[in-house]
Design a protein around this ligand. Structure first.
Ligand code: PEP
Ligand code: MN
Length: 338
């Protein structure tokens, strides 16, 4: 971080600033010029309040050189984070398929979908029990009963399960859920992030609808700062001016995050597109870009689905998409310079 001081900066105030920064254990380099002086801050500056410094009378500008996230930063942790749940592995060169309905609706539905996606190569079952819906009049999920049904499907298939937690108060119900999903709308629910940060259960953190990479990684940082290092990032499309698709899949997230962070990166083509026939091409693009996994909505009867039917794949289509995605991943690993 570099602090540029105003040319008329009062010496006493400059010394005060220097003492205050040094008091925080930060190493400083002072360089005095003819027209202005600069202070260089070296080391971990993630705890330095940039806005506080910018507001000082003697300061003209502050430039960050290092990203404000530390735990999630690849510079400090060069090796990929690899997460294990049940027999599934996320990160470290594998392609993990997470699949299941948008919401759990009844035992037959979730168990049948679980069996089908497992047979197709999925290693983690998804299913929402608490649904964040735009309208309060839409189906809100089965709640605790939905979690029970997911656990039954887990027992029947052996697949670990992931489900969305919307609020701290729901956490006790998730004791046997293998991965906690934090949805796009809750990416900056800081109290929830702090609470799951105290647990050791893996957390899949979806990107907020309008969040930058840095905001997203700062949310991951909230979880990791509490001690929970098992964070998976999930790009699910962002809001743009385009209206033909539900969201716009930001495929750049894969190579950009690969540089910025060591955390695994999963793509959700279902919520990105909102359109069933687009799930396959977006899945292939994600695999070719180097994603660690895909999270795909699958329903045995999409026409009657209580949530997100138009984007859910039928099990037969998922069979094909899963097979092609795994084949493409294999090809990319063996034949391309990834
Ligand atoms: C979901 O996965 O069903 C969901 C609600 O996703 P998002 O938070 O990305 O909208
Ligand atoms: Mn959904």
């Amino acid at each position: 971080m570099i602090i540029k001081l105003r040319s008329n900066a009062e010496q006493a105030q400059v010394e005060q600033l220097i003492n205050w920064l040094e008091g925080q254990g930060i190493q400083l380099y002072f360089s005095e010029g003819d027209t202005y002086s600069i202070i260089g801050l070296v080391g971990d500056t993630s705890r330095v309040d940039i806005e506080l410094i910018e507001a000082l009378e003697i300061v003209e500008s502050v430039t960050r050189i290092q990203e404000p996230f530390k735990n999630a930063n690849r510079k400090f942790h060069p090796d990929d984070t690899v997460i294990h749940v049940g027999d599934a592995t996320i990160g470290g060169g594998t392609l993990t398929l997470i699949a299941g309905p948008c919401s759990v609706e009844n035992e037959a539905q979730i168990t049948e979908v679980a069996q089908r996606v497992k047979a197709a190569g999925a290693t983690i079952l998804r299913g929402g029990a608490f649904k964040p819906r735009t309208s309060p009049y839409s189906f809100q999920g089965m709640g605790a009963e939905g979690i029970d049904l997911l656990l039954k499907a887990k027992a029947a298939t052996g697949l670990p399960i992931i489900s969305e937690v919307m609020d701290i108060s729901q956490l006790p119900l998730f004791a046997d859920v293998d991965i906690l999903q934090i949805g796009a709308r809750n990416m900056q629910n800081f109290n929830l992030l702090k609470e799951v940060g105290k647990m050791d259960k893996p957390v899949l953190l979806k990107r907020g609808l309008c969040a930058t990479y840095e905001e997203w990684l700062m949310s991951a940082e909230y979880i990791m700062a509490g001690g929970n290092k098992n964070v998976i990032l999930c790009e699910r499309g962002i809001r743009t001016f385009e209206t033909k698709t539900r969201n716009t899949l930001d495929i750049s997230a894969v190579p950009m995050l690969r540089e910025l962070t060591h955390l695994p990166i999963v793509i959700d083509p279902s919520h990105a597109a909102g359109i069933r026939r687009m799930v396959r091409p977006l899945s292939m693009a994600a695999v070719a870009a180097g994603a660690d996994g895909l999270m795909i909505e699958v329903h045995n009867d999409p026409e009657r689905a209580k949530c997100d039917g138009p984007q859910c794949l039928r099990p037969d289509t998922f069979d094909e998409v899963a097979a092609d995605a795994l084949k493409l991943h294999d090809f990319c690993k063996k034949e391309l310079h990834q």
